[in-house]
Design a protein around this ligand. Sequence first.
Ligand code: CP
Length: 318
Amino acid sequence: MLAETLDLGTIPDFWTRRHLLGLQDLSAEEIKLVLDKADVFRKALDRRQTRVPLLNGRTCVTLFFENSTRTRTSFSLAARRLGADTVDFSASTSSLSKGETFIDTAKNIEAMGVDAVIVRHRTPGTPQLLAQNLRCAVINAGDGAHEHPTQGLLDIMTIRRRKGRIEGLTVALVGDIAHSRTARSNIWGLKKLGAHVIVCGPSTLVSPRWQELGVEYSYSLDAILDRVDVLNLLRIQFERQATRPFPSVREYAHLYAMDMQRMRKTKPDILILAPGPINRGVEITPDVADGPQSAILDQVTNGVAVRMAVLWLLLSQR
Ligand code: CP
């Protein structure tokens, strides 16, 4: 489609960001701006009008040191739909294995004429390190257990589109809060837009110290079910855990898996989210994941729109 037919408007003066490193840094005004622009891109995607050449001539590199299905693919799609070129960097076949430093690798990639680096790394702070050393835009696609800002934005976008607002809603994040970058980005974004947030999980994965971020905590899913508007079911991140935080997966599922029995105790219009990948039968049963209250695949579609909005906001004026 022709870009002019999109009702994107102009980028307001308050948006001066060069990078997207986390939602902790963003104001409510900036978050709403990204969501508003993402809504415009989502409408274009719904019309199957996927060619929006607003970033012709720009080049984005995805620099992923951890596996990904949704984030990497949707960033690549978002960039291509905006007319940008995309390159996937493969860490395992790069010269990192020959002793080149991470910063040298990044600077060499930038020197090839790259406008944005989209980075995922197991070490928290890696995107900040790149932003200090590169002139191009840096976008955090997940850094350890720290932040996953575009996941937070797409979750909040999905809630706003389904519920019509964020302010005044009660949103529960359930599961492996301790190791979740998605939880942190959701908390920063949802709190700034006026939601009440509950973090819920076993005491080995949820601490009372989360209250310092202005959220409520609960060890019992059953105790909060009747007062939540949105449940975001987070994956148990076994790969980040030094020791198993509960006796067995079956024990965890018994206490925290969202199943049809628990669905009967919720508000009738409860919204079920999961950032993915989902482990069916652990944090959610298949009948709930595929049921009418679930917006899990809608989240994925919104992810493309959010990433188009982020790329456009960061790159169109550079
Ligand atoms: N939700 C999410 O970040 O998924 P991927 O790990 O597949 O990118």
